[in-house]
Design a protein around this ligand. Structure first.
Ligand code: NAD
Length: 483
């Protein structure tokens, strides 16, 4: 019988009150890995109560001790590195190398959390008036929740959890119901830490539990990562309920390639950016704008290299691109390709109907390249979230910047060039939160806030870096006179 997952509340594994479950399917083999309970508002209420009850003891636990728990967590993550990576492949479909990269990034996020004793310090000044001193205190703010997507089931939850709890808050994770087993593995490791009850909680489920967390008066703030339509719902719901919120949404990332770029190195990099994780990265390269004569060179080289990519089962070390997350995703991606064709794009490489020997029922889409894509068309503007690269022409640098800035998304944008002048203008003028210069995937490391503008981010303080310390703490100003 398929295993039904449990919630982790108040330091114990508990059954969800839900009767409904969501099957967790390995997208390459179609094997059902587990049943994810569609947790109810009652489950959320139980988790929030546990987190509230745990808060007083936890905030009074010395910050160095809180950080030590994260040291120990890191050690356990390293010891279980292969097991965690293996499960990411099985429930997400990406390649084992990509899964290892993700777990490495997750560990780096713990490193940042370990730095909280230094990062949470605040400032003060004597004699703001005669004999009066003024100090800023930074205090934990309460119970925080994170609602996370399927595409990085280890890394994204750990963008939040280590910093939130080391700042002295208690925490509830509601992961994607498409990749809940990875979350369960993370919590099995957290369980080994013997944290005080209620510090870390896990509620498995989908929309019902997300909404219940956002509407619960006991939750102080919510970190969300997922698609733009849901990010908007999260932002609106949380603000309506008086919560702080950071909602990272979807993307359509552009790459401009100047004629002076090193073409070979650029193509290698763009290939990884477009087809890594089968294009299911919020920082994936979606549109490449070839400036002037760069377009033809790029097209020929990209097609040559992309058609050689080995698509297959992620646990096979030879595989270079895995499956997409589900049959529904594959259908959506194939519909978007067809839409591109209707809108006049040329299909240079067609990944529709891709079959992998031995995995005939797997949800694979081969690398796809659409050429002569026009600004304003669906494939130029909407997120596809699959291995589809659109190629566009621009006569010059200014036209490329105009096309990029016309996007309603603003997650990332990159330029490939050997000119410092173009690079500088690109950084200066392009409206996107993460900018790459000769870098295809402009992913900020854990100590920098994860940028995101326009429809790619709703909120004020971003995830990661110094913003996360602000988000997870409350400031108090103390003005003192002692006679
Ligand atoms: P999704 O928006 O479908 O789901 C994200 C989370 O929200 C899940 O936990 C899901 O259960 C929950 N959810 C779904 N519908 C909801 C609703 N109506 N109300 C409340 N909660 C709801 O996203 P996904 O398909 O899991 O992930 C892919 C998306 O995430 C892509 O758009 C990608 O660009 C984006 N993403 C963004 C970033 C970033 O940092 N900006 C990072 C990773 C992924």
């Amino acid at each position: 019988m398929t295993k039904r997952l449990q919630n982790y509340i108040g330091g114990e594994w508990v059954e969800s009150a839900a009767s409904a479950t969501i099957p967790v399917i390995d997208p390459a083999t179609c094997e059902t890995l587990a049943e994810c309970p569609d947790s109810t508002a009652a489950d959320v209420d139980r988790a929030v109560k546990a987190a509230r009850e745990g808060f007083a003891e936890w905030r009074a636990t010395p910050v160095m001790v809180r950080a030590q728990y994260m040291h120990h967590f890191k050690v356990l993550m390293e010891a279980n590195f292969d097991k965690l990576a293996d499960m990411v492949v099985r429930e997400n479909g990406k390649t084992i190398d990509e899964a290892r990269g993700e777990v490495r990034r997750a560990v780096e996020a713990i490193d940042y959390g370990i730095g909280v004793p230094f990062l949470m310090r605040s400032d003060g000044m004597e004699d703001v008036s005669s004999g009066i001193d003024e100090t800023t205190l930074r205090q934990p703010a309460g119970v925080f929740a994170a609602i996370t997507p399927f595409n990085f089931p280890n890394m994204v939850p750990l963008w939040f959890l280590p910093t939130a709890i080391t700042c002295g808050n208690t925490f509830i994770l509601k992961p994607s119901p498409q990749t809940p087993v990875s979350a369960q593995l993370l919590y099995e490791l957290l369980d080994e830490l013997d944290l005080p009850p209620g510090v870390v909680n896990l509620v498995q489920g989908g929309v019902t539990s997300s909404m219940a967390l956002m509407e619960h008066p006991g939750v102080t703030g919510v970190s969300f990562v997922g698609s733009t339509p849901v990010a908007k719902i999260v932002y609106e719901t949380c603000t309506r309920h008086g919560k702080r919120v950071q909602a990272q949404g979807g993307a359509k990332n552009y790459i401009a390639v100047m004629p002076d770029a090193n073409m070979e190195a650029s193509v290698r990099n763009i290939l990884g950016a477009a087809y890594g994780c089968a294009g299911q990265r919020c920082l994936a390269a979606a549109v490449v704008v070839g400036v002037g004569e760069a377009y033809d060179k790029l097209r020929d080289e990209l097609v040559k290299q992309a058609s050689k990519l080995r698509v297959g089962y992620g646990l096979n070390e030879q595989t270079q691109m895995g499956s997409v997350i589900s049959a529904a995703s594959r259908e959506r991606i194939e519909r978007m390709i067809a839409r591109g064709v209707e809108e006049g794009a040329e299909v240079i490489l067609d990944g529709r109907g891709h079959k992998v020997e031995g995995y005939e029922n797997g949800t694979f889409v081969g690398p796809t390249i659409l050429g002569e894509v026009k600004p304003g068309t669906t494939v130029a503007t909407e997120e596809i979230f699959g291995p589809v690269l659109s190629l566009m022409r621009a006569d010059d640098f200014d036209e490329a910047v105009e096309v990029i800035n016309s996007s309603h998304y603003g997650n990332a944008a990159s330029i490939f060039t050997s000119s410092g002048g173009y690079a500088r203008e690109f950084k200066y003028r392009v409206n996107a939160g993460n900018i790459g210069v000769n870098i295809g995937v402009a992913a900020p490391s854990a100590s920098f806030p994860f940028g995101g503008q326009k429809d790619s981010f709703f909120g004020d303080l971003h995830g990661q870096g110094s913003d996360s310390i602000e988000f997870y703490t409350e400031r108090k100003i103390v003005i003192e006179r002692w006679l």
